[in-house]
Ligand binder design. Structure first.
Ligand code: CA
Length: 390
């Protein structure tokens, strides 16, 4: 076992739980046997472990020739068991784990890198795998190659929110001059308008002193949205959205929406995020499909949206294949994940429509199809072709 650097972290949200973080960096250039083709890989496996559970950020650096798809395999020495993953499809049989690229991150050029994450359970979660293989070729970490000096601090799991890059929408609402949304935003209440209202709020903000406030009322015609004026129809192939949202009233049993995106693949009807049965859900207006399925098991795989606190909501919409991922405060929500393989209670109904979505705009607000009032705030909204963290 290589000499592992160990860093102790105390999780601010659980004083009783000491989190153990280990960063392991393995580096090797391994020629592919028999082919003479240059091949190799480096794997950075950054572990955050606590009693009974863990997350890991895994970064593959391809030191060989370009790959059009990747498959990273390793073996757990203990009883670790992967329960969910993001930016990869991860399966486990016994101690053997395999992570395969998603539809949108398979291309891995020579010298390029790709990352994915996973969450798991177990009692021996603080041991780090060392026997990585990339497309069947060892990365050389099983004791035959010495590890390089790891970074003094683990790589950040997410870039700072200030780094919007070339995002089409990067909004903190600080330049909104008055109470009426203006500039890059406009109030909209398609179809009909009742008592729902929207305003720039100077009393509640995630960043600075301003945010967007929506007072939504029950009943469809009381819906109210504020739309970004940016045209999002060329964002992709994966459209990444990050927003901070704070709301007041727990998601009701009835169906509601607070993010609505006109979708040209549905003839302009909306791809929506909201809630039903008390938990977050995606909904497709054209066929009313939901993600997850609204069975007890499906709803249990989603999450409520906590009230009276700012929540970081992130999602990735693949516009080239039926793929969808959602994170709440940087934790992937398993019920809000569509991966192209129909899963009962999750995305079996959602994948009945095979045309991938093509969102063209972003609307933030409130729409209720039955009961359910809410007051919500939105702030620090980013939409682009690259992910932006919380
Ligand atoms: Ca702000």
């Amino acid at each position: 076992m290589p000499n592992l650097p160990v860093r102790l972290l105390r999780r601010p949200w659980t004083a009783a739980v000491a989190a153990l973080a280990l960063a392991l960096s393995l580096f090797a250039v391994v020629p592919a046997s028999g082919s003479g083709m240059a091949s190799g890989c480096r794997v950075d496996y950054t572990l955050n472990a606590w009693s009974g559970g863990y997350t890991a950020e895994v970064r593959i650096t391809n030191t060989g020739e370009a790959l059009s798809g990747w498959r990273l395999a390793w073996t757990y020495g203990g009883d670790q068991h992967v329960t969910s993953a993001w930016n990869a499809t991860v399966t486990q049989t016994g101690h053997s784990v395999t992570a395969v690229n998603t539809a949108w991150n398979g291309a891995l050029p020579g010298g390029g890198a790709v990352g994915f994450g996973l969450q798991g359970t177990g009692q021996s979660v603080d041991s780090v795998p060392t026997d990585f293989t990339l497309n069947g070729v060892s990365c050389g970490g099983d004791g035959t190659s010495p590890p390089t000096t790891p970074p003094t601090t683990p790589p950040p799991t997410t870039p700072p929110s200030a780094e919007c890059g070339d995002a089409a929408v990067c909004e903190d609402f600080e330049d909104q001059a008055g109470p009426t949304p203006s500039g890059n935003w406009r109030f909209t209440a398609p179809d009909c308008q009742g008592t729902g209202t929207a305003a720039v709020d100077t009393a509640v903000a995630h960043s600075g002193t301003r945010s967007l406030r929506l007072d939504g009322r029950a009943g469809y015609c009381n819906h109210a949205f504020v739309a970004a004026t940016a045209d999002l129809s060329s964002i992709g192939p994966v459209m990444h959205v990050r927003m901070w949202v704070r709301h007041t009233t727990a998601l009701p049993a009835a169906h509601v929406t607070f993010v609505s995106m006109p979708d040209s693949s549905q003839g302009g009807r909306a791809l929506r995020i909201g809630g039903q049965n008390g938990a977050l859900q995606w909904n497709r207006e054209s066929d009313d499909a939901t993600l997850p399925a609204q069975s007890p098991v499906g709803v249990g795989l989603s999450r409520p949206l906590p009230t009276d606190t700012w929540q970081c909501l992130r999602f990735a919409v693949d516009t080239s294949a039926p793929g969808l991922d959602t994170w709440l405060d940087d934790e992937q929500v398993p019920g809000l994940h569509a991966d192209g393989v129909p899963t009962q209670d999750v995305d079996a109904q959602w994948l009945s429509r095979t045309t991938p979505p093509r969102p063209t705009a972003l609307r933030l607000g409130w729409e209720s199809y039955g009961t359910g009032d809410d007051t919500l705030w939105f702030d620090d909204v980013v939409v682009g072709s690259s992910p932006v963290g919380c």
